[in-house]
Design a protein around this ligand. Structure first.
Ligand code: WT7
Length: 569
């Protein structure tokens, strides 16, 4: 099949988001509900019997859902939540592995006007607690295997009224506030009064890491659909006949914007694998499902490269026609490798939780420059600002802060209960994502790193502050500093410098114990891959730990003038 060959110049000429509104049949002021657009509308367009979701797990179980199944099942989840007293504006957390209930439940929550709060199921009780507490979450939909984490924190969460277990087997009794609900009981609900949300009604609350404080809830609205639909159509190049695979978990924004909302709103068939990573497992899945469009991430691509070309050759990859990547810098080697083994380059896409949709990218048909993120999506005005003066940089190749003119449909509307942090993201009417880049003379962006201490491990952001706070809760830890350390596959991993309290001695056993403590409390991603014991930590005159000094050492960089590091803190 041919790519959309429309050129970049044609796309940006007279661009207006109304292109997307028209295709969706949406008029300003109308009711706009993502849940309806992703299921009912597709059925009304005559695609009720088309496969929406093909799912498999590690036990080899497979389940298939047509658009009509998705419509009825999301109706039944919505109706059930309503019967529990959940109403519009309430936060409903989805805390599940990549099971069908997560994808369909997300739409059910939106259909009743409630706010979907997806959280990564590998989060430990502390990570979960902080996010549920901040959001004042009223209900959580989860699985048996995760319910113990909820029980542990329930007493400290007075707003949390209901815990809905989707796979209760009747063996162990349910406890306080817990109820059982299965999408496989009965045939689903034929019709549901969909709550009349409009463009600015809140839809999704995703938590993202901050450098200096607790995670921030990024509030999105139903109007985000306008961006998500068109970027998926033009960047992912999704067409009616495609079989699409987005490898991201809906605990993170890629997994909702492009793993639920966009593909379903486009009426595409998507495949989901609820299985841990293995190169051959992935190739087998592509072959079996005949995946045509694949959206993945650099860490996964580097892991595939490591598994070698022989592994690819065992499988039939000829169904693939378009590849995209997101989440971290896509190194040029990965693009060159994918051209060699799949005959297709990975197209980089740059965006973040706050932007809700792709901002900078390589559109199909555009010349891919390996190592560059591509150009601004049509309708997006992006530049780089001088780090000192905050003025737009006009000379090609000079690194500055990425800046985007606010106003695209899927921009976050707020950080939940944190106006101060929200305001801090803007300067001179530009939105600053917090990344550095240069722009070449063709308008291509070349990523140059983050502008803060956040660690990007395998495409997942980890806050050094959260890890340091958790470390302090371990009985042996007096002080700690957490920084990124280079890693061949994950690009960065978490490293902790720790000084111990009197009476504790540095040892390998203690290192393992502390690592495990963080894994359980926060998540496997946040777990330090290395702990270095130190007597004391470098500090500024005002007593703040100089993470940047420690980080520079890890990366073998010149430390230079430490007085500027102190000023920066
Ligand atoms: C941060 C956003 C967008 C969905 C997944 C992550 C980094 C993202 C790229 C890219 C280099 C990238 C940035 C960004 N990032 N895409 N193509 N090249 N870096 O969402 O968790 O909000 O993280 O990920 O630093 O700000 P997120």
């Amino acid at each position: 099949m041919e790519h959309n060959s429309t050129s970049y110049q044609d796309r940006i000429k007279d661009f207006d988001w109304s292109i997307s509104e028209k295709e969706l049949g949406y008029k300003r002021g109308d009711v706009l509900n993502i849940g309806w657009y992703c299921s009912d509308r597709i059925c009304q367009m005559g695609k009720a019997d088309k496969l929406a979701l093909v799912w498999e797990n590690s036990a080899g179980e497979e389940r298939k859902f047509t658009y009509n199944d998705v419509r009825r099942t999301s109706n039944s989840i919505g109706a059930y939540l309503r019967s529990l007293g959940i109403k519009d504006g309430d936060r409903v957390c989805l805390f599940m592995d990549k099971i069908p209930e997560l994808y369909i439940g997300f739409l059910g929550v939106l259909k009743i006007g409630a706010i979907a709060q997806p959280l990564f199921s590998a989060f430990g009780d502390e990570s979960l607690f902080v996010r549920l507490k901040d959001a004042g979450t009223r209900a959580i939909i989860t699985q048996r295997k995760h319910v113990s984490k909820v029980r542990k924190i329930l007493a400290q969460l007075p707003s949390l009224e209901r815990i809905i277990v989707v796979d209760h087997d009747g063996k162990k009794p349910l406890q306080e506030k817990e109820v059982a609900f299965s999408i496989y009981d009965g045939k689903g609900v034929e019709s549901l009064d969909i709550f009349p949300t409009t463009a600015e009604s809140p839809s999704v609350l995703h938590y993202t890491s901050g450098t200096t404080g607790q995670p921030k809830g990024v509030k999105h609205v139903h109007y985000s659909l306008i961006s998500q639909y068109l970027t998926a159509k033009w960047v992912l190049d999704l067409k009616d006949s495609d079989i699409y695979w987005c490898t991201a978990d809906p605990g993170w924004v890629t997994g909702t914007s492009y793993g639920i909302i966009a593909p379903f709103a486009l009426g595409v068939t998507q495949c989901v694998q609820d299985v841990g990573f293995s190169a051959e497992g992935w190739y087998k899945f592509i072959e079996k499902c005949k995946v045509t469009v694949w959206y993945s991430a650099p860490t996964a691509i580097r892991s595939l490269m490591k598994a070698g070309d022989e592994a690819v050759k065992k499988y039939n990859m000829s169904s693939l026609r378009h590849l995209c990547s997101v989440g971290e810098p896509l190194n040029s080697e990965a693009v060159i490798w994918s051209e060699r083994v799949f005959g297709l380059p990975f197209h980089d896409t740059y965006w973040q939780t706050e932007t809700g949709s792709i901002m900078i990218t390589n559109l199909p048909g555009m010349k891919v420059k390996p190592g560059s993120m591509g150009r601004a999506f049509p309708g997006i005005t992006a530049t780089v600002l001088d780090i000192h003066t905050s003025e737009p940089i006009t000379s090609p190749g000079k690194v500055g802060l990425i800046a985007i003119k606010p106003g695209w449909p899927s921009m976050m509307r707020a950080y939940w209960n944190n106006e101060h942090a929200y305001k801090g993201k803007f300067k001179n009417n530009w939105y600053l994502p917090g990344d550095r880049s240069s722009i070449d003379s063709d308008g291509y962006f070349w990523f140059a790193g983050r502008d803060d201490d956040i660690i990007n491990t395998g495409g997942h952001l980890v806050s050094p502050f959260e890890v340091e706070s958790a470390l302090l809760e371990h009985e042996s830890v007096a002080e700690s500093a957490v920084v990124a350390k280079p890693d061949q596959i994950n690009m960065e991993v978490v490293k902790a410098f720790v000084s111990l309290k009197p009476g504790f001695n540095p040892s390998g056993d203690l290192e393992l114990e502390i690592m495990n403590f963080i894994r359980k409390k926060l998540s496997p991603l946040a777990m330090p891959q290395e702990i270095e014991y130190v007597k004391s930590l470098p500090k500024t005159r005002s007593g703040k730990i100089m993470r940047r000094l420690l980080r520079a050492k890890e990366w073998g960089q010149e430390i230079g003038d430490t007085s500027t590091l102190e000023d920066d803190e």
